[in-house]
Design a protein around this ligand. Structure first.
Ligand SMILES: [Zn+2]
Length: 292
């Protein structure tokens, strides 16, 4: 069983010619031996409009393949533009319609902006983990934080009922105690220095988990292969497989995190138990999925 907690569909801007529809997503899942995929909307955020897909699109797509696709919902924390906005009318509806998580949250806001904290808390009350992207660039998308992730730590403290699923270049750059000043929103190379914020926060806070999707997750786990395996082993109860594939043409390649899982299994780099958790058991428990 392989569950991808980070899938996408939608038309890709600016020219909209690249179009991942649900049929293409299923073809990728079949090519990569993925049994179940969580689909994450993006375009509730203006920053996420590069991939045209909102919560309604996701729910409609998942209804067509109910045994293989799981919907996430998305709400922009700036909706209502106040720190006490009540989102329960949306959260009630989305959970009733089968949504299992909230994300991909990627507004260009501080991680502990009061409007974000308000959304995190309410998602937690409805049992929805929050899957986020982080980039510290001034433009583009992604939550922001300082070196060492103090704003994220504040949110983890203030929202203990909310489980956060970490993802994205800046999150994964912070796996190392030495984060390059000029390469924090990309793919830092070379050995991982001790004392990184991500392992420290994952040890300390039960409500911080992560998916291993995308170039950023793959890079973090392969830039220093021995460290990567140790990290996967230590946090085997808090990590989940994901792809973050956004292109139609990806069906023609072996996706990098699929390749990584295959290597871990074929070369017995992790125990069968740890691999099962990474591939499906952690996702099944956290998202309360009814799959077999
Ligand atoms: Zn994504």
């Amino acid at each position: 069983m392989l569950i991808d907690v980070h899938g996408h569909i939608g038309r890709v801007l600016p020219d909209r010619r690249e179009f991942v529809d649900v049929t293409n997503l299923i073809a990728k899942m079949d090519a990569w031996d993925i049994d179940v995929t969580c689909i994450l909307p993006l375009s509730e955020h203006p920053e996420g409009a590069y991939l045209e897909c909102n919560t309604e699109d996701v729910i409609a797509a998942c209804a067509r393949y109910a045994d293989r696709l799981i919907p996430f919902c998305l709400i922009d924390p700036r909706y209502g533009n106040r720190a006490d906005m009540d989102f329960s009318h949306l959260l009630e509806e989305y959970t009733a319609r089968g949504c299992k998580g909230l994300g991909e949250l990627l507004p260009k806001m501080d991680f502990d902006d009061p409007r974000c904290l308000n959304l995190y808390r309410q998602a937690g009350k409805f049992g929805l983990p929050v899957l986020f992207d982080m980039q510290d660039s001034a433009t583009g998308y992604g939550l922001r934080d300082h070196f060492g992730l103090p704003r994220m730590e504040r949110a983890l403290n203030l929202c203990p009922e909310t489980v956060f699923i970490g993802h994205g270049p800046t999150f994964w750059a912070e796996i190392s105690g030495e984060v390059p000043r000029d390469n924090r929103s990309s793919y830092p190379e070379g050995p991982v220095a001790p004392g990184g914020a991500v392992p420290r926060l994952m040890r300390k806070y039960p409500n911080l988990q992560a998916d291993i999707s995308a170039g950023s997750g793959h890079n973090a786990l392969t830039r220093d292969p021995n460290f990567g395996v140790e990290f996967l082993d230590e946090f085997q109860d808090k990590l989940m497989f994901g792809t973050d594939s956004c292109k139609r043409s990806d069906v023609h390649i072996i996706w990098m995190t699929v390749d990584l899982i295959g290597d871990l299994r074929a070369n017995r780099k992790l125990s069968t138990d740890a691999l099962d958790k990474l591939e499906w058991r952690n996702a099944t428990e956290l998202l309360r999925l009814n799959v077999s």
